[in-house]
Design a binder for this molecule. Sequence first.
Ligand SMILES: [Fe+2]
Ligand SMILES: [Fe+2]
Length: 192
Amino acid sequence: MPIIAPEDTTTVQNLLAAFEGESNAHAKYIAFAAKAGADGLHGAASLFRAAAHAERIHAANHARVIRQLGGEVTCEIHEVEVKTTLENLKAAREGELYEVESMYPAFLEEATAHNSAAAIRTFTGALEAEKAHARLYGEAIALLEGGKLNSWIGAPREFYVCPICGYTSETQDEHERCPVCNCPWERFEIIR
Ligand SMILES: [Fe+2]
Ligand SMILES: [Fe+2]
């Protein structure tokens, strides 16, 4: 049975917290996508699905590092509270902002202090994707609050997700490679 080295204990605890956060965000966004689709907000549903896909990639990346460091991958999935799509978008943005402004910076600081390259890589990938998610959710909230149902939130659309790090983009061919992990752009997954 693998044993966690004493110097990795906190890093593994942080990875487990991040794994739980990403796993629950995935479950939440899948439920929010269904609600947005039922409301006819198909572009918002596409965004929830793309973000859900990215969160699953983050969770898998965190899980791999937890195992590498000798930890056991477990987490609790909470029941999802589905409200109106506007409220769901706001809850999603709140969650992303918490991760961008507080959770991942703190975890990155700890991983950097302990020179844990694998943890730094997985936390960085997630942090950069969550920034894009927060921005896109903010855009959707502004459009919905402005009653702009003829904008992208109203019609199904494509988002592009890096299969390695979960980086999420709303435009095709934005770069030749993922700006976060250097994965070639043609490998990006198209989520509708
Ligand atoms: Fe996210
Ligand atoms: Fe990437």
